[in-house]
Design a protein around this ligand. Structure first.
Ligand code: SF4
Length: 184
């Protein structure tokens, strides 16, 4: 019921840290307790001037607590930016697929929504695909994706442009695709 998480936070604070790494801190809790733990974490963050690295699969909670968000696939960073850049202006196909899978409670918002279904299994991290690690499941993959590892960088198409889409993305063909209702 959240006691273990609260004790974990208290033990971490006893060391007077500047940063705390929270690995799936609320995933085992029901929703009401999740909210209590997250609220406690935010309160402590203000009080002790802390930074958190918050690792989680629940995209709504990540958006709630994060200033900057990094999306990882098979052990590598696929895309990184502010919460607004990642959730409202995703440019990496993997991020777009993840956001399209978030349940949307509002039926009106759900109507115009495009769901991106990924096919295939996640490859073994011990033997990842050549080039882009996501290419075996990416609907945009081309020959270049098998040959060259895409660097995590602001895509050239956005260079010099003042747009929230101009953030780092490890994709040869990064482009903005807004996903309706994504974890808002
Ligand atoms: S580099 Fe190619 S395979 Fe990788 S995410 Fe971009 S389009 Fe898909």
């Amino acid at each position: 019921g959240g006691q273990r998480q609260r004790i974990g936070i208290a033990r971490g604070l006893a060391l007077n840290p500047e940063i705390i790494i929270c690995d799936e801190p609320v995933s085992a809790l029901d929703v009401s307790v999740q909210a209590q733990v997250v609220n406690l974490m935010e309160k402590l963050q203000d009080e002790f001037n802390l930074s958190y690295i918050f690792i989680a699969h629940d995209l709504s909670i990540v958006r709630h607590i994060s200033d900057r968000v990094g999306v990882m696939y098979l052990g590598k960073m696929a895309e990184i930016g502010t919460d607004v850049q990642i959730y409202d202006h995703p440019t990496h196909p993997y991020t777009q697929a993840l956001l399209s899978a978030v349940p949307v409670p509002d039926p009106d918002a759900r109507e115009g929504r495009e769901r991106i279904i990924l096919t295939g299994d996640v490859p073994s991290p011990a033997n990842p695909p050549s080039g882009c690690r996501f290419r075996t499941r990416c609907w945009k993959a081309e020959d270049k994706c098998a040959e060259e590892v895409p660097l995590l960088a602001v895509p050239e198409v956005f260079a010099g442009k003042k747009t929230p889409a101009a953030h780092e993305s490890a994709c040869h063909f990064a482009e903005e695709k807004q996903v309706v209702g994504a974890a808002s």
